[in-house]
Ligand binder design. Structure first.
Ligand code: 5GP
Length: 188
C-alpha cells in the first residue's frame, strides 16, 4: 500500500503553512516535504525547517539532474520538491503533504493523477493584501507582485478537488483535517 499525496496550493500569504502545521499536529503519519528554493531566507526562517536554501546555480544543476518531482519559478525565484524523499515516504506507506504553487501542482497532477489537490483561498483578495502587509516580511514591490500572482492563481481553483477558505483558522484546520480523514477512508 503506498501513501496518499496531498497537494496544498493557494496564494502567498493565505496561511498555508500555519494551516498545514496545525493539521500535522492532529494527523499522525503525515510527512511534510521541505522544498528547495533559491529565495533568500526571511528573518524567522530556518534552513532545513522552512526550506533548503540554495543558490540559483545549485538549483539549476538539481533541476537538470531530475532531482525534483516538480519545480517552478514563482515571484522570480525557483522552488522545487525533492523527488527521492517524497517517493521513499510514499513507498513506505506514509501520507505526504506538499505546499506548492499552482504551476507545480499542475506538473504533479500530470505525473500523479491520484494525488489529492486542495486549494486554500483567502476570504477576499483585500484580506489577502492586509495579511501580506501585516506579515511585514516583504518589500512593497514584492507585495504587489504577490497580489498580481494571487489574481492569476485564483483562476486555477477548478483544477483542484477541494477548496478551503481560510477565514477563521480553527474552522479551516477542521476542514483540512476532515478532507485528510475522508480521503484515508476512501475505497480506491
Ligand atoms: P514563499 O516565498 O512565500 O515562501 O513561497 C512562494 C510560493 O512558492 C508559495 O505559493 C509557495 O507555496 C510556493 N512554493 C513553495 N515551495 C514550492 C515548491 O517546492 N514548488 C512549487 N512549485 N512552489 C513552491
Amino acid at each position: 500500500m503506498s501513501g496518499l499525496l496531498f497537494v496544498l496550493s493557494g496564494p502567498s500569504g493565505v496561511g498555508k503553512s500555519t494551516l498545514r502545521k496545525e493539521v500535522m499536529k492532529r494527523c499522525p503519519a503525515l510527512k511534510y516535504s521541505i522544498s528547495y528554493t533559491s529565495r533568500a531566507p526571511r528573518r524567522d526562517e530556518k534552513e532545513g525547517v522552512d526550506y533548503y536554501f540554495v543558490d540559483m546555480e545549485t538549483f539549476e544543476e538539481m533541476k537538470e539532474k531530475g532531482e525534483f518531482i516538480e519545480w517552478a519559478k514563482v515571484h522570480g525565484n525557483y522552488y522545487g520538491t525533492p523527488r527521492r524523499q517524497v517517493e521513499e515516504w510514499l513507498k513506505e506507506g506514509f501520507d505526504v503533504i506538499l505546499e506548492i504553487d499552482v504551476q507545480g501542482a499542475k506538473q504533479v497532477k500530470k505525473n500523479c493523477p491520484d494525488g489529492i489537490f486542495i486549494f486554500i483561498a483567502p476570504p477576499s483578495l483585500k484580506t489577502l493584501e492586509q495579511r501580506l502587509r501585516e506579515r511585514n516580511s516583504d518589500p512593497e514591490d514584492e507585495i504587489l507582485l504577490r497580489m498580481t500572482n494571487a489574481h492569476l492563481e485564483m483562476q486555477s481553483i477548478r483544477d483542484y478537488n477541494y477548496l478551503v477558505v481560510n477565514d477563521v483558522l480553527e474552522e479551516a484546520v477542521d476542514k483540512l483535517r476532515s478532507i485528510i480523514i475522508a480521503e484515508r477512508c476512501r475505497i480506491r
